[in-house]
Design a protein around this ligand. Structure first.
Ligand SMILES: *Cc1c(COP(=O)(O)O)cnc(C)c1O
Length: 361
């Protein structure tokens, strides 16, 4: 029996990609704000109805550029339940992550616990819209305004998600995205920053290009956050398929829901003001022992799953953290099931049958 992976990157028809490459060869313009990178930024902005977007080399650099652009110092209140890059980028930028526990239903940062972590050294809130499910954006915004804090959203999972009818990338001072091959929309490697401030946009454009402001002129410290024409070409191809990718993932998720009905597993509670993009299919078991039992039973059946996110980021060996009991519990009991564009209903049947059998033993 064939292996069912946790994820299979979407690939467009090869001739569509090759058509873009013909032009690249003709122009011999491979990177540095090339025409395809510019076209991709424009098409993403049109698709999402958003004002500003910068295409960057990956989602981690996007976070670092965002932190640098806002000139953040001291402590940044963040979530312990995210991918490691959310925390590592804070530390890389010489700031201190302060972990605020998550809401047990949404798995996003619990805004009602944020204020107790604010000190005179706090400069910002960096929250992840976990699995593409928006945070409690309005409450976070009110707290930030009240205390004069900046807000960055790690929107790595959120391509296609809407909050109150708009792309979720609209919110916060800056939202970052990842276009890594495993994400719903990808450019092989890649990422982006979104902001509604022209000033921040210009600053980030400078930061991603060594601080370059003109031939032989540099203003401030910068980094190389550029991306290439080859990556942009993949994005231009894939963007044409995003609607069908979103539809297919929704259909597969509903099919999973149907097949897993009645089991004693739970799923994150979706933000009622949002349109979800079905980026992942996470399920939560009653305890870690049950998760491990199911995970190894699925492995025997050649089905791979991912403990996404485990361990909680508060346990990284370069941070100090107070107690975050909910993040600890969720990270020990959550498992993501295979979900990707060409996953068939028969394969979902195979996954669900193996899962149900494991839970019944
Ligand atoms: C994937 C991911 C990142 C990092 O993105 P890269 O493009 O791989 O650097 C950051 N945060 C979250 C939540 C992610 O899932």
């Amino acid at each position: 029996m064939a292996m069912i992976p946790i994820n299979r990157p979407f690939l467009p028809p090869r001739d569509e990609y090759q058509n873009y490459l013909k032009d690249v060869w003709q122009r011999n313009w491979l990177t540095n704000d090339g025409p395809l990178a510019n076209e991709l930024e424009k098409n993403i902005k049109d698709y999402l109805s958003i004002n500003h977007c910068l295409f960057l080399s990956n989602g981690t650099i996007a976070l670092q550029v965002a932190i640098k652009a806002l000139d953040l110092k001291g402590e940044i209140i963040t979530t312990p339940f995210s991918y490691v890059a959310t925390t590592s980028s804070i530390v890389w930028e010489n700031c201190t992550p302060v972990f605020c526990d998550i809401n047990p239903l949404s798995f996003n940062i619990d805004p009602h616990q944020i204020e107790q972590h604010i000190t005179p050294r706090t400069s910002a809130i960096l929250a992840t819209h976990v699995y593409g499910n928006p945070c409690d954006i309005d409450t976070i915004e009110n707290i930030a305004k009240k205390h004069g804090l900046k807000v960055i959203y790690d929107g790595a999972h959120c391509f296609g998600t809407k909050y109150k009818g708009k792309s979720v990338f609209h919110y916060g001072d800056i939202t970052t995205a990842s276009f890594h091959a495993t994400k719903l929309f990808h450019t092989i490697e890649g990422g982006a920053v979104f902001t509604s401030s022209t000033e921040l946009l210009n600053k980030m454009a400078r930061l991603k290009n060594f601080g370059f402001t003109g031939v032989e002129r540099f203003d401030g410290v910068g980094i190389n956050g550029k991306n290439s024409e080859f990556h942009a070409a993949m994005g231009l191809c894939n963007l044409k398929y995003v609607d069908s990718i979103l539809q297919k993932r929704k259909a597969s998720s509903c099919y999973y829901d149907d097949r897993l009905k009645g089991l004693h597993i739970t799923k994150p509670f979706l933000n009622p003001d949002s349109e979800f993009n079905f980026s992942y299919y996470p399920i939560v078991f009653k305890d870690e022992q049950e998760l491990l039992l199911v995970k190894s039973a699925l492995e025997l059946a050649k089905i791979s799953t991912r403990r996404y996110f485990y361990p909680a980021l508060s346990s990284l060996n370069y941070v100090t953290a107070g107690p975050v009991p909910i993040a600890d519990r969720i990270s020990k009991t959550v498992l993501c099931l295979p979900l990707y564009f060409d996953l068939s209903d028969e394969e979902i049947d195979t996954v669900c049958n193996a899962l149900i059998r494991a839970l019944n033993t």
